[in-house]
Design a protein around this ligand. Sequence first.
Ligand SMILES: [Zn+2]
Length: 265
Amino acid sequence: MEARSSRARFGLVLASLLAVQLIAGASHRTENFVVEAPTPEIARQVGEHAELCRTRIAREWLGRDLARWPQPCPIKVKLTRGEAGGLTSFGFHRGKVSDQEMSVEGRLDRILASAIPHEVTHTVLAAHFGAPMPRWADEGAALLSEDDRELRRHDEICSRLVSRRGELPLARLFAVEEYPHDLLGFYGQGYSTSRFLVEMGGKPRFLKFISDGGKMGWDQATQMHYGLADVRELDRAWRAWHTVVAEYRLKTETLAASEPIAQGQ
Ligand SMILES: [Zn+2]
């Protein structure tokens, strides 16, 4: 009797502990992130994945490892049944990130495949520049870190944008400071232009172009890093590339996706 009642009491305590945990969520700390998520396992998974992304993205874009951040970046995780989305806000002070905060939401598999690599790219680039990047390049680079499914989606968005002539001349795209009304189109064109530049000269050169474009002007930076006369010529080259390469990629990817899967014998 005594044993049964203490077991019941233990069960009750366990149940209320679990309930508190579900309401309050769980936290997991890694070297550079501190994650708040609905369960300890999800917090651990997101934190470890964010660290892996941080290392990979810094090596790919900067060609080196980043130093450990003095303060871990908080990540809030909200699980929903939808596609993933995220937001990272930054404060800058004297050429350095003074604070940063990330939130992601969606299905866990989509958070890991797209929202975390996207948002972590923003943190790596913010650490590198120590100041806000031009919007198109910041979003373009972050979108390039997402998985193939998202890349294909943005190829499609940009193709639709160009076919309805909704794209901006690159000279105007480069000057956009605030997110415009047609957000999806802006992301699509930022992604496509960034992908074009990265395919021409690689990721580190893209970042040097962004840095020099802000200092010396886009025409001179275009000449210096891509050997083209000015932004108008770059614009023409991007359009030609988009028409041939992106359309070809879309067609072959659509074909591959619609081909029946061969049955093994
Ligand atoms: Zn973004």
